[in-house]
Design a protein around this ligand. Sequence first.
Ligand SMILES: Nc1ncnc2c1ncn2[C@@H]1O[C@H](COP(=O)(O)OP(=O)(O)O)[C@@H](O)[C@H]1O
Ligand SMILES: Cc1cn([C@H]2C[C@H](O)[C@@H](COP(=O)(O)OP(=O)(O)O)O2)c(=O)[nH]c1=O
Length: 234
Amino acid sequence: MPQGNLPPAAGPETSSATVVHVGRLIVIEGLDGAGKRTLTGGLTSELTARGATVTTAAFPRYTDDVHAELVAEALNGSHGDLGSSVHGMAILYALDRRGAAERLRADIAAHDVVLLDRYVASNAAYGAARLREHSDGEFVSWVRELEIDRFGLPRPDLQLLLRVSTELAAGRAQHRERTESDRKRDRFESDESLQQRCAEVYVELAAAGWWSPWLVVDGAAEADFGALADRILN
Ligand SMILES: Nc1ncnc2c1ncn2[C@@H]1O[C@H](COP(=O)(O)OP(=O)(O)O)[C@@H](O)[C@H]1O
Ligand SMILES: Cc1cn([C@H]2C[C@H](O)[C@@H](COP(=O)(O)OP(=O)(O)O)O2)c(=O)[nH]c1=O
């Protein structure tokens, strides 16, 4: 894993190639199949090529956290009616992040950029969509109180919404399901009307600047990694 950059030495001998540590927390959000994992990889390459140190993480941390493990089991029908409880599932997703908070803070201190594939806004968007609420509804306020006010999770510097039509997202996710054995869609991800409502809540969260600045990126087009890297580093 790349190491954090040293701060630039004072004085005229400072190299113009030296990167000053910026410590940015950047979140990538969007529907299943929007291209979050792909964008994470492309941005990591672009930022690294510019001399920035980058580390990445994806939520849920299915293989690293017992709460995320329980999420996967509930999505597969275990644990009785847990999977049908929107608040119950959201608490598990939130506890997964709470368990990662200390590590995230250390990563932000040690790296120029910490890139997250999903974060708190996923809980807000998917839960509100399941309850047929909008971004100004009770569920999104509840997520804020739980994860931001109570758990004190680090605030992103920027949230990128990778916006695609539900048709394109579903098509990509289906293709991926056939070609990558570890990327099966769960029952919520295959529910197109839920995905449509979720897409709407995401757009509302971005428009409201929920918790941090947002940038809406057209996920149907080729990503402009250069422009995104500029926005992240400057
Ligand atoms: N900009 C893009 N153009 C075309 N295909 C893409 C693009 N981004 C992602 N894909 C493809 O779509 C599928 C889903 O992308 P992925 O990054 O796994 O999505 P997510 O992590 O949001 O679920 C993958 O097969 C990927 O190769
Ligand atoms: C991180 C997170 C995900 N989710 C939902 C979004 C997806 O439908 C589902 C799984 O997330 P996802 O990142 O799509 O995992 P994978 O495709 O690797 O299984 O969980 C929440 O509802 N809240 C959260 O906090």
